[in-house]
Design a protein around this ligand. Structure first.
Ligand code: PMP
Length: 429
């Protein structure tokens, strides 16, 4: 056999065999060999509390998921044009989590692919091309969705918005024009959506938004924002797309899907990350009316989307989330986590804002008032990792520590996280 590679060998092969744009987490990464629940372990058996993995939704190496995958893999796997029972069971199960009239699914493999298809459906059905996006948003990596991701096209190496993409103001009450103290912030930010719609040369195909902005830095949309934004877009004949890739499947605690926390029903929903607990499963769900209007006679085929193994895994993930009460758990532990972080904020000037909902939280680090503490955020993440806790910066200024752990994260893990963060912040003063 070949000699065991250490972390330096792996990093060196990554350097030679991958493009530099494919960045790994951390300056001094660890070599991960296994995971369990909320824990990841390196080659020395050192455990890291994982506070950022919203892909492994029901926990790392969840035994019921592994068993379902192994069972199905040993029995039948094929492309999705054949007829088999698992795809029917999963489609019904997934659609049952959504309100009427969302009832028609496309099973795909990645969040990017889901958003790409949602965009294609919206453009086809409306016969239009223009799309409204929230400033700072990330919706994926295909050519089309990079073009609706300000987080990329305005970031390093970006070449700006395509002519069909129109940004609305990011409804960020910490940095934006309307703050937490403004009870009308939702209506005010939504007025900008109406103004952008009114200013278009031709009416929009769609408005796309996450129900809580992830990569933009845990930006909670203010109350009333989505209902008013949806109304403005629909009044112009546009479709409303909710990107639930990051925040869906019970993570926000008070609802299974993020849009439900805002009292809206989108025309198209896209979902991904948590559906397969790490296995690539994503989906687009829409109405019968829209799905029928998308049917021009052209075939839609997705080789891997909805294959028997994916469906077996997807079904098991939904069983676990619902059977184990993980949504309620996220509400309870998330509220406790947020209270704990508010206490930390009182004692550390570098913590400018803490926010979020359920098990999707963010800690915004600042200096001299509200200057983004970008370098500090990376230093904190690196130091936390050295002490066995995984958290990472994100946001338009890369100064927001994102917290979106496996949903089995408990109060004892919150305590461990908070004690470690407290110690690291003291050591970096
Ligand atoms: N939408 C959102 C909101 C995301 O955060 C991401 C990934 N971070 C995507 C879409 C793209 O998903 P994927 O990486 O599975 O293509």
């Amino acid at each position: 056999g070949s000699a065991r590679r250490d972390v330096h060998d792996i990093v060196s092969v990554r350097r030679s065999r991958f493009a530099r744009s494919q960045r790994a987490y951390y300056r001094r990464p660890m070599n991960l060999v296994r995971g369990r629940g909320v824990w990841l372990y390196d080659e020395d058996g050192f455990g890291y509390l994982d506070a950022i993995n919203n892909v492994t939704h029901v926990g790392h190496a969840e035994p019921r998921v592994s068993a379902a995958a192994a069972r199905q893999l040993a029995k039948l796997n094929t492309n999705s044009r054949f007829v088999y029972e698992g795809i029917a069971a999963y489609a019904e199960r997934l659609c049952a989590t959504l309100p009427d009239p969302l009832e028609v699914a496309f099973l795909v493999c990645t969040g990017s692919e889901a958003n790409d298809l949602a965009l294609r459906i919206a453009r086809q059905v409306t016969g239009r091309t223009d799309v409204l996006v929230l400033d700072g948003a990330y919706h994926g990596n295909t050519t089309a969705v990079t073009g609706i991701s300000p987080n990329r096209y305005k970031g390093p190496g970006g070449t700006g918005a395509p002519p069909t993409t129109h940004e609305v103001v990011r409804p960020d009450r910490y940095r934006g024009p309307y703050g937490y103290d403004d009870p009308d912030a939702g209506a005010r930010y939504a007025a900008d959506v109406a103004a952008v719609v009114a200013g278009l040369d031709s009416p929009p195909a769609a408005f796309i938004a996450e129900s809580l902005m992830g990569t933009a830095g845990t930006i909670m949309l203010p109350d009333g924002y989505l209902p008013a934004a949806f109304s403005a877009v629909r009044a112009a004949g546009g479709l409303c797309i909710s990107d639930e890739v990051q925040v869906g499947v019970g993570r926000l605690g008070s609802a299974f899907w993020g849009f439900e926390t805002h009292g809206v029903v989108p025309d198209i929903v896209t979902m991904g990350k948590p559906l397969g607990n790490g296995h690539p499963i994503a989906a687009v769900v829409t109405t019968r009316e829209i799905a029928d209007a998308f049917d021009t006679g052209m075939k839609y085929f997705n080789t891997f989307g909805g294959n028997p193994v994916s469906c077996a895994i997807g079904q098991t993930v939904l069983d676990i989330v619902q059977g184990d009460g993980l949504q309620e758990h996220a509400a309870d532990v998330g509220a406790y986590f947020l209270r704990t972080l508010h206490e930390l904020r009182e004692r550390h000037a570098v913590v400018g804002d803490v926010r979020g909902q359920g098990l999707y939280l963010g800690i915004e680090l600042v200096r001299d008032g509200r200057e983004p503490a970008t370098a500090e955020a990376m230093a904190v993440a690196e130091a936390m990792k050295d002490r066995g806790v995984i958290v990472y910066p994100t946001g338009v200024h890369d100064n927001v520590l994102k917290i979106k752990p496996p949903m089995v994260f408990d109060r004892e893990h919150v305590t461990r996280f908070a004690e470690t963060l407290d110690a690291v912040l003291l050591s970096l003063r």
